[in-house]
Every structure is written in structure tokens, then in C-alpha cells.
Design a protein around this ligand. Structure first.
Ligand code: SAH
Length: 233
């Protein structure tokens, strides 16, 4: 091999090695996130821990903040919206006791990360986002990651998604002031909904609701702070 060819080859190898180190770094950070932020708290579900170890959270945020993707906090995703802290995503997912083929409605697609976690577990995910641009972006990432079990639409979550109801579970990732009636209607008998409820821009209650024989049983799980569930765009 002549010298210029050798030089090009060496440069390519250096780039490949650097890329490899960079990609592994995210894998390392993701596992560290699971060990330090989830396992040390109350996340015990093996399926949830496995999904959190697998889904590349950094791909759901803008390039310039990817380095913060595995830190213990929410991150901006544009249009004044945020992707929840990893622990909250894991906690909400775990509280629904997800299993493969479970039919889940998510309100507030945002970046698509929560939907990807459910998809990784094998759930059939229907997710609604009020902002078209966020829905479009989420669709791109979800299809890049080749999840076939996520259906994203842009629309108002207060309406739910009647064509696909009833749902085994509903997860609401923006906070309304009251539990939307249509979502309760679209929940299957015996199904559960996890939802932050309360005033905008204040602390809300994360509620786990169960529908039993038409009755609603509510359990308050924690105090949380979510972006408001908007009445309209
Ligand atoms: N689950 C998301 C984060 C959600 S942030 C993730 O994993 O990234 C809350 C999202 O709810 C925002 O994207 C916001 O635009 C959306 N939202 C707010 N009000 C809504 C409504 N009425 N219907 C549907 N989506 C809504």
C-alpha cells in the first residue's frame, strides 16, 4: 500500500475508534443512570430496568444537550416542553405494571422517549401530542429506532383516541387540573391510569387510578411537577 492510502486508512481507523468510544460512553452513562438513579430508589421492575438500560435517551434530545441526557433531571425538548427526569419515567411506567401487547394510551408524546420505553417492553402504544412539530420529531426518532408498535398522532389529548379504545392503561405526561372524563371512559374495566393532577406551574399529585366495576379508585403516589396539559395549542 502506498503512503497516501495508508494515511487515509489510519485516519479512518482513528475516526472509527473515536466514534466507538463516544457511543460506548452513552452506553456506560445509561447503565450508570439505571444503577445510581433507579435501582437505589424504588424501581424494582425487571422489565422497566431493562428498557431503561436499552432505550438511547440521548437520541430524544437536541445534539447540544445529549451530554446531559443521563443526568437526574428533566431536559428541554423545545416549545417550552420537557422530557421527564429518568426516574419519573421509570416510576410511572413501573406503576402500570406493563407487559407485552398491553394496549397503552399516552397523552403528551413530547420527545417520544416515554413511548419508546413502553414500546421496548412490547406494549402497543398510542400516543397523542398537541404540537405538530413535536409529534413529527418523535415520529422520526421512533422510526429510526425501528419501533413498529408505536402510533403517534397530533391532536388534543383531552379527547383521547376513541377508535382504539378501550385501553388497558393510560399514562398522562402533562398535568391537567382535573382528570379528563373522556380518558376515564376510554379506560378498560380493571385498567389503570397514571396522571399528574393539579394547578399549572405548581406542585401536582401523581395519581394512580383504577377502574373497578365502573367505579374509580384513586391512590396518590407522589408530589410531582409537570408541564400543564393544554386546553388548546
Ligand atoms: N412524555 C414526553 C414528555 C412529555 S412533556 C416524553 O417522553 O418526552 C408533556 C407533553 O405534553 C408536551 O410535549 C406537550 O406539548 C404535551 N401536551 C400538553 N397538553 C397536551 C394536550 N392537551 N394533548 C396532547 N399533548 C399535550
Amino acid at each position: 500500500m502506498n503512503t497516501p492510502k495508508k494515511t487515509v486508512l489510519i485516519i479512518l481507523l482513528i475516526f472509527a475508534a473515536m466514534f466507538n468510544i463516544w457511543a460506548q460512553n452513552f452506553d456506560y452513562l445509561r447503565n450508570k443512570m439505571v444503577d445510581e438513579q433507579l435501582k437505589t430508589r424504588d424501581i424494582k421492575s425487571e422489565v422497566v430496568l431493562k428498557a431503561m438500560r436499552t432505550v438511547p435517551r440521548h437520541l430524544f434530545v437536541a445534539d447540544d444537550i445529549q451530554k446531559f441526557a443521563y443526568t437526574d433531571r428533566p431536559l428541554p425538548i423545545g416549545l417550552d416542553q420537557t422530557i421527564s427526569q429518568p426516574y419519573i419515567v421509570a416510576f410511572m411506567t413501573q406503576s402500570l405494571d406493563p407487559y407485552p401487547k398491553m394496549k397503552v394510551l399516552e397523552i403528551g408524546t413530547g420527545s417520544g422517549y416515554q413511548a419508546a420505553i413502553l414500546a421496548e417492553i412490547g406494549c402497543e402504544v398510542y400516543t397523542i401530542e398537541i404540537f405538530d412539530d413535536l409529534a413529527k420529531n418523535a415520529k422520526k426518532v421512533i422510526s429510526k429506532l425501528k419501533y413498529k408498535n408505536v402510533y403517534i398522532k397530533s391532536g388534543n389529548g383531552y379527547e383521547g383516541w376513541q377508535e382504539h379504545a378501550p385501553f388497558d392503561a393510560i399514562i398522562v405526561t402533562a398535568a391537567p387540573e382535573r382528570i379528563p372524563e373522556k380518558l376515564i371512559e376510554q379506560l378498560k374495566e380493571g385498567g389503570q391510569m397514571i396522571i399528574p393532577v393539579g394547578q399549572q406551574h405548581s406542585v401536582q399529585s401523581l395519581i394512580l387510578l383504577t377502574k373497578i366495576e365502573g367505579k374509580i379508585i384513586e391512590k396518590e403516589l407522589k408530589s410531582v411537577k409537570f408541564v400543564p396539559m393544554l386546553e388548546k395549542k
